[in-house]
Design a protein around this ligand. Structure first.
Ligand SMILES: [Zn+2]
Length: 292
């Protein structure tokens, strides 16, 4: 099976820019690591797909972009992060949420309820920029389109799809974002809008075996000039290390570490990896603080 990828390109003489993503394996890995329920998988699948596409703006090799949803409903929200290298990670605030009535397990907007969507760009050399916007539907695609219009004044179309089967297998996950640049022809914008209206569910198309190039040329950019300028592989990969946990523990101070002297097993929020610090490890850390 092929790797997950993001594609970037332009349409109609560079007056529109787009990104598209195939994220099936990444979402599967996220689901499996966190044992996500179906509704949490739908949320995280859409968020990972979206943030992967938004990583197009990152310049510095250590830069990251974070997409965050906070809501008052049962599902509470989640966090998805993509680095400029194409490494994704994230967590759902309520990963095991499950409804008895099966239909409710697919009603993302209802499970999220009222809330906000935020984007945080950490591009190392440029300043971190955060924008926040109210959720309009809680389906993530529409919310992001509204976010771009409200916070960044960029008319955008965002389409995200995820198809699950009964055994927690992700059959397909992906999406596309198209942004209209200031000098774009409104007639072409309307044409693209019509094309998107006529595009079947993207994850269904992927499941039928269509490539992202097929989907873009046969549906989204039908009768419109377009081109891919860049392709990049993406994957789920957490940035956590034992050293990072050591640094975090050292910040707690001697007293706090002494209260954990029998040992602790901190767990990474993003990948569920458990790190073990036994009694001897704790003594070593306490001694390091004393020797400072
Ligand atoms: Zn981790």
């Amino acid at each position: 099976m092929n790797s997950d990828i993001i594609l970037r390109g332009t349409a109609n003489n560079d007056s529109f820019r787009f990104s598209a993503v195939i994220s099936t394996k990444t979402v599967q890995k996220m689901r499996d690591l966190h044992d996500l329920s179906p509704i949490a998988t739908i949320l995280m699948g859409r968020m990972l797909s979206a943030v992967a596409m938004l990583s197009w703006e990152l310049k510095h090799p250590d830069a990251e972009i974070t997409l965050r949803v906070d809501s008052k409903g049962d599902l509470s929200g989640g966090v998805a992060i993509c680095s400029s290298k194409g490494y994704l990670r994230g967590y759902a605030s309520n990963p095991k949420l499950f409804y008895e009535s099966s239909a409710e397990n697919f009603m993302l907007g209802k499970a999220l309820g009222k809330g906000t969507i935020s984007l945080l760009r950490n591009d190392v050399n440029t300043k971190t920029y955060t924008g926040t916007c109210e959720l309009v539907s809680g389906e993530i695609g529409e919310d992001l389109a509204y976010y771009f219009l409200q916070s960044e004044q960029i008319p955008s179309a965002v389409n995200l799809g995820i198809l699950l089967d009964k055994d927690a297998i992700i059959r397909a996950a992906g999406g596309f974002i198209i942004q209209q640049l200031p000098f774009a022809d409104t007639e072409i914008a309307n044409k693209i809008y019509q094309n998107i209206q006529n595009t079947p569910n993207i994850s269904d198309l992927m499941d039928m075996g269509l490539s992202m190039q097929d989907i873009l040329s046969r549906f989204v950019f039908k009768d419109i000039q377009w081109q891919i300028n860049e392709t990049k592989e993406i994957s789920f990969k957490c940035s956590c290390t034992r050293e990072r946990f050591v640094s975090a523990l050292m910040l707690l101070g001697k007293q706090e570490l002494q209260s954990m002297q029998d040992g602790i097993k901190p767990v990474c929020n993003y990948c569920n990896t458990e790190y073990h610090f036994n009694h001897d490890d704790m003594q070593t850390l306490i001694k390091q603080i004393e020797d400072k």
